[in-house]
Design a protein around this ligand. Sequence first.
Ligand code: DX5
Ligand code: ZN
Length: 219
Amino acid sequence: MIIAPSILNANNLQLGNDIKKASEAGITRFHIDIMDGHFVPNLSYGPQLVKDFKREFPMTDAEIHLMSDNPKDLIPAFVQAGADLLEFHYEAMDEGQVSYWLDYLASNGVRPGLVLNPDTPVSVLDKFAPKLKQVLLMTVYPGFGGQKFIEASIDRIKEARKIIDQTGSRITLEVDGGINADTIKLAKDAGANVFVVGSYLFKDGDVAGKVNKLNEILA
Ligand code: DX5
Ligand code: ZN
């Protein structure tokens, strides 16, 4: 079970401190949301943030959640910046491009992941599973932190878990959006094993306390 904090709703001027506090509480991976103002109606970080992150925290994984329909310019830039895992949206390109970019990531030593929006059929995973290290099911519509977990996600997590188990591979199943002390348990019981947590972790300053609490629930 992995908790991957999303830094989107952290105080960006305190980012280094918050990352340090979470790391001291045992966090080994951060989820970095890249938004292009086009695929989603919000803007966030560029490759420089990832470079700085890997310079300051070389032993911690940078997981890039790319919310953009411009893979050609952005995927190579984030690979170059030091991404350890990069996951992009199925909805952002045609299926030929999805295959191409998953192969591109693998051949550049970056773990490839595919993200599905809440309305995208989970069955599309059948085609791409052999190329994946991680599946990310959005449990909110992407674009902003602090939204409410969509309950219908539970059945989608179960369906994705089934598809992954049938492949016999060790693809991780991640959920992103509205994860807190209540919804993390529901997602885990449905079959998720990586949990992106944003506003719940960062909203009141006690990052370590929240990480410990979630670890207890997952144990
Ligand atoms: C939403 C992002 C999420 C978000 C999670 O588009 O992909 O990673 O920051 O934040 P919370 O946990 O607040 O829903
Ligand atoms: Zn995300």
